[in-house]
Design a protein around this ligand. Structure first.
Ligand code: HEM
Length: 471
C-alpha cells in the first residue's frame, strides 16, 4: 500500500488496505437498528480538541472496546473545523458549497417555501453547529450507554454544548429500512457499488456497460484522495492530501413525511387517473410517483402490476435501464426513482449520470402511522437522510437542483418537480403518460425539510492530525 500522503491519488487497488482508516457507514452501511445524531457547538478551541482526543478512541471501535455494541462516527461543519483551529490555508481549500453550508446554499438546493431554513429545528444550519456525532447500536439501552460516554467526555473537558439530538430507528430489525419506509416502500434497494470495496452488489447498482453488464464506480466518487470517474483535477479538494485522504462529505437532512396526506392523495389521484380507488389503483399511483411498487418491484420491469418475485430477487429488482421507455409509459419520467438516477434515459441536457451518484445511508425516525389511518396523529416522523459523496455540489446539490426541482433536464415542464421531495400545492404536477387523464395536479407537499448540515467526515489518520493541529 502506498504510504498515506505520499501520493496525489490512490486507486481502487489501494482501498482494501485503507479500510481501517475510513469511518464506519461510508463504504459499508452500519446495520444496527438504533441511531442517535448529536449536534455539538465548540465554545473553546483547546477544550474541544481535548474532547476530540478522548473521543478518538471510540471512533470505529467495536464491541471489545466498548463492552457493548455501538459505533461512533464524527463529522465536522466548516464552522467546526474553524473552531478546532484548522489553518486558514486548509480552511480555504474546502469547496465553496461546504464552506457556505446547507443553510447558505438553500436557494441552490431548493430549500424554499415550506423547506426554508427559517423553519428548521434545533439551530441546524447555523454557525453554532460544529460537529455531528453519530451513534448506532442494537438497542435503546445501548444508545443510552453510548450517549453517556459522549456526555462524560464532554463533562471531563468542558467547552462543548449539545445543541440538538435526533434519534432514528430503522423500520427493519436488520438496521436498514427494507420492510418499508413511512410511505410504505421498500428502501433502500439501489446503491452505487465502489470499485475495490468488495461489498455485495447486484445488477443495476453501478454503471451500465454496452454488453448489458454493470460495473462499480471508481472510489473517488465517494472518497477523497482516490481516482474518480474522470481522473485527477475534476473535483475541488481539501488540502493537504493527508487531510482529505480516506475522508468524505456527508449531507445530513431531516425530512418530515406527511403520511396521512400521502395516503389520502393516493385515493384521490387513483380516482382521477383511473376512475377507481381500489387497492390496486392506489398502489399503481404510488408506483407512478415513486417509480417502484411499494414491494420494491420497479415499474420499468413490471408496469401493469406488482411482481413480488422480482421484488424479492436481488439479481432482478434493480436490473433495468429504462431503455425503450423514452416517453415514460412504463415509468413516468418525473417519478422519484427516474429523476434521482435516470440510468440510460436520453436527457435533454446532456450529463454523465455516473458523476451524480449518491451513497444513501438514510434511516427512519418516528413511529409508523397506524395502518389505514388517513388523519395525521401529530407525531414527528420521516427519514434522516445521510448522503455520502466526494463533491457536494456535483452530487447532492446537482440531484436536488437539476434533477428534482425542475423537469427540463428530461423533457418535462420546467415547473414539474420531484413528486416526493418537491414543493407541492397549486401549480405542482406529475405527468403520467398512458393514464386516462395523463396528469396529476396540486400534489401536496408530502415531505418537508426540517434541517440539515454539510459535514466533513475525515479518515482516522486525518482526525488525529486535526487533533494534533497538523493542518
Ligand atoms: C423522505 C424523502 C424520501 C423518500 C421517502 C425516498 C424514498 C425512496 C425510495 C422508496 C426509493 C426506492 C428504493 C431504491 O431504489 O433504493 C428511493 C430511491 C432513491 N432516492 Fe429517495 N427518498 C427520499 C428523498 C430523497 C432525496 C432527498 C434524494 C436525493 C437528494 C433521494 C435520492 C434517491 C436516490 C439516488 C435513489 C436511488 C435511485 C436509483 O438508483 O434508481 N431520495 N428513494
Amino acid at each position: 500500500m502506498p504510504a498515506l500522503g505520499s501520493q496525489p491519488g490512490l486507486t481502487s487497488a489501494d482501498l482494501k488496505a485503507n479500510l481501517h482508516d475510513i469511518q464506519d457507514n461510508i463504504v459499508t452501511p452500519i446495520l444496527m437498528r438504533y441511531g442517535r445524531h448529536i449536534f455539538l457547538k465548540f465554545n473553546d478551541e483547546a477544550k474541544s480538541r481535548a474532547w476530540l482526543r478522548n473521543m478518538f478512541q471510540h471512533v470505529n471501535a467495536r464491541e471489545r472496546e466498548h463492552g457493548t455494541r455501538f459505533t461512533v462516527n464524527i463529522g465536522f461543519t466548516y464552522a467546526g473545523l474553524k473552531a478546532l483551529g484548522l489553518s486558514q490555508r486548509s480552511l480555504d481549500s474546502f469547496p465553496e458549497a461546504f464552506r457556505m453550508g446547507m443553510r447558505g446554499r438553500a436557494n441552490v438546493v431548493g430549500d424554499v417555501g415550506p423547506h426554508a431554513p427559517e423553519h428548521w429545528e434545533g439551530g441546524l444550519g447555523s454557525p453554532d453547529i460544529c460537529a455531528m456525532v453519530l451513534l448506532r447500536t442494537d438497542s435503546d439501552e445501548g444508545r443510552e450507554t453510548a450517549t453517556r460516554i459522549v456526555r462524560e467526555e464532554i463533562e471531563a473537558t468542558g467547552g462543548i454544548e449539545i445543541r440538538f439530538i435526533q434519534d432514528t430507528m430503522a423500520a427493519n430489525e436488520s438496521g436498514i429500512g427494507s420492510e418499508g419506509e413511512h410511505f410504505g416502500f421498500a428502501d433502500p434497494i439501489s446503491q452505487p457499488p465502489i470499485e475495490g470495496a468488495d461489498t455485495p452488489s447486484y445488477p443495476g447498482d453501478g454503471v451500465p456497460e454496452s454488453d448489458g453488464t454493470w460495473r462499480a464506480l471508481k472510489p473517488g466518487e465517494f472518497l477523497l484522495g482516490y481516482e474518480d470517474e474522470v481522473g485527477p483535477g475534476g473535483t475541488p479538494m481539501p488540502e493537504p492530501f493527508e487531510l482529505r485522504v480516506n475522508g468524505t462529505f456527508v449531507v445530513f437532512r431531516k425530512l418530515y413525511q406527511d403520511v396521512a396526506a400521502f395516503r389520502r392523495y393516493l385515493a384521490t389521484a387513483a380516482k382521477s387517473l383511473y376512475g377507481n380507488d381500489d387497492k390496486h389503483h392506489r398502489d399503481l399511483v404510488a408506483a407512478k410517483i415513486m417509480g417502484r411498487w411499494p414491494s420494491g418491484c420497479p415499474l420499468d420491469l413490471s408496469p401493469e402490476k406488482d411482481d413480488p418475485e422480482i421484488a424479492a430477487d436481488p439479481d432482478r429488482r434493480n436490473n433495468f435501464t429504462y431503455a425503450g421507455d423514452d416517453e415514460g409509459l412504463r415509468c413516468p419520467l418525473g417519478s422519484h426513482l427516474r429523476r434521482t438516477n435516470p440510468r440510460a434515459t436520453p436527457l435533454k441536457r446532456a450529463t454523465a449520470v455516473r458523476r451524480h451518484r449518491l451513497l444513501r445511508r438514510g434511516v427512519e425516525y418516528g413511529p409508523h402511522l397506524e395502518d389505514g389511518a388517513l388523519e395525521d396523529d401529530g407525531i414527528d416522523r420521516g427519514l434522516i437522510n445521510l448522503f455520502i459523496q466526494a463533491d457536494i455540489e456535483r452530487q447532492f446539490e446537482f440531484v436536488q437542483n437539476e434533477w428534482m426541482k425542475s423537469g427540463e433536464f428530461i423533457g418535462l415542464d420546467p415547473n414539474e418537480q420531484d413528486p416526493i421531495n418537491g414543493v407541492g400545492g397549486e401549480g405542482s404536477q406529475l405527468s403520467v403518460p398512458g393514464a386516462k387523464r395523463p396528469f396529476l395536479f396540486d400534489l401536496p407537499t408530502f415531505v418537508t425539510v426540517k434541517g440539515g448540515e454539510y459535514l466533513f467526515a475525515p479518515g482516522l489518520n486525518a482526525l488525529r492530525g486535526i487533533i494534533e493541529q497538523k493542518f
